[in-house]
Design a protein around this ligand. Sequence first.
Ligand SMILES: [Zn+2]
Ligand SMILES: [Zn+2]
Length: 255
Amino acid sequence: MIANYHTHTWRCNHAEGKEEDYVLNGIKRGLEILGFSDHSPYIFPGDYHSTFRMRMDQLDDYIETVLGLRKQFQSEIQIPLGLEIEFYPELLPKLLPILRDRPIDYLLLGQHYLGNEINEHYNGHVTADSSLLKQYCYQTMEAMNTGLFTYFAHPDLFHYAGDAETYRKFMRQMCKEAISCHMPLEFNLLGLELGRNYPDPTFWQIAAEEGCSVILGCDAHKPQALLNLSLEQKALQMLEDLGLKRIDKVELRRI
Ligand SMILES: [Zn+2]
Ligand SMILES: [Zn+2]
């Protein structure tokens, strides 16, 4: 890997370590680019409080920290400023002006819940309900078409236990849309390390058949995750076996 665009910080409440240590490990690994993409704040109606993302009042501190590191390490590594974010169609329009007012370089699409996270399905929970699978695919297809996202993180997060034919049908549609939107798909190294339902071999077989572009993402929630070279080797072997087309850098899409 020469670039990793998927890096978190402690602000999301489930990552650890100092931001500087992520950068130092990125340099140690020989990365040219280390992008930070912590879980974006969101504006929710009522008094709902999200537990897995930074708060709105932490956004500027996050930005300042990343920009400070960019300056500090400018001769050694490029540090773009990003956010990982869900496409919640009802809520995103209120958030976008706030993000556009700030020097955010890119957004990664990470669709952890369907329409919202207050009363809708968590995509990592196993389900055999094909209507939820369909909603996941259609909603992320809509997201890709907004042109807001630089790449699609763990597109195979949705944990489906229904029949394989339905899974293939909807995921193939999603992969075709990714191609028409020139949207790289991320092969997620955290999921691989932890033995989660993703990377899903069936999904990646479809992505290979459709000719999708694939990029590795560490999804680092601790600095040491950036030094796991055996995990990278394992992933590269899987990509090769599947005949997937890997890219090692992406063009950042401005928001
Ligand atoms: Zn996370
Ligand atoms: Zn992530």
